[in-house]
Design a protein around this ligand. Sequence first.
Ligand SMILES: *Cc1c(COP(=O)(O)O)cnc(C)c1O
Length: 385
Amino acid sequence: MIPYGRQWIDEADIQAVVETLRSDWLTQGPAIGRLEAAFKERCRVPHAVAVNSATSALHIACLAIGAGPGDLVWTVPNTFVASANCARLCGADVDFVDIDPRTYNISVPALERKLRAAKAAGRMPKAVIPVHFSGRATDQEAIGALAQDYGFRVIEDASHSVGATHAGEPVGSCRWSDVAVFSFHPVKIVTTAEGGLATTRDVALAERMARLRTHGITRDPQHLSHKDEGGWYYEQVELGLNYRLTDLQAALGVSQLRRLDQFLRRRRELVARYDRLLKDVPVTRPLIDVIEESAWHLYVIRIDPQRAGKTRRELYDAMRAAGIGVQVHYIPVHLQPYYRGLGFEPGHCPEAERYSEEALSLPLYPAMSDAEQDRVVSVLGGALG
Ligand SMILES: *Cc1c(COP(=O)(O)O)cnc(C)c1O
């Protein structure tokens, strides 16, 4: 089976983990600081907080901005459920903004329309969570400008986009947002098996996220309500969690980051190759206008049954049967039974719903060979032919 995505672990990665196993620190040791430092440098951002998943990072980002019962958080339907769940976990309500049918990212005009309506109705979102779908950055400047005008916070779900840039800024620099969140799941750009990280320019948000990562506990003299009674002394100042990443995982992450540019280069090469090889195939290829900016986590084609002569379902089944691990990213989150139970119905985000019925992710990962890619293309051509 050629999977839609997979990790690329080399000997240096294995050595980094083994060395950590032989060290004094399996968790809460120096590797966490090294991973955070590497991200601060790469993203040109002053603060980074590593945690055990992007889901955890999204959760503590929502908690840190103060999202809670009575608040409203908006995201898009074309994402993994975690982008919406993080707000629900804080007790906030969620709503969904439709996507741009060309980029599959949040539609800025749709966001603006929804903001105008929300203002008129007197119920503004506390935060918006745009998702850099497939590694392609959303229009952060425009979203940042709307955040200024309307007064909401921006948490970027950058799970797909480690190493991506936008308008000369690394994704994660938070130039136009409050927090950005990355995922290190094995199918993503770099991996720690499970893991995630939040970046921010706001020292207060960084400190709060770091505290929430460890039970809401602090040893910082500035935040202690009683004087320091000795070296053992700490205080729990709010309700937090254990969202810590282990040092084994952080060491793997640091090692993986050394090959980030190589990973990105190969992903871009494969994307350019798909674009050439699929030129005469009757499917819609992704926009490659930002080929050098996107991290290319996913390569998504769209199948219009009229044009292709096959439905997405038929193509999915045929390719899976031939050992090609195609996948669908994503089922619209608002149509999941949990969210339908909260009142969402088909028609709420028509572009995302139409997209979702036609989308198919072809295999794309840095260790993929040209021959494997040729096989994907030939199976796809055969299934359509
Ligand atoms: C993978 C992913 C997540 C969750 O990441 P984990 O590290 O698995 O918790 C959240 N949002 C998006 C868009 C993702 O792709």
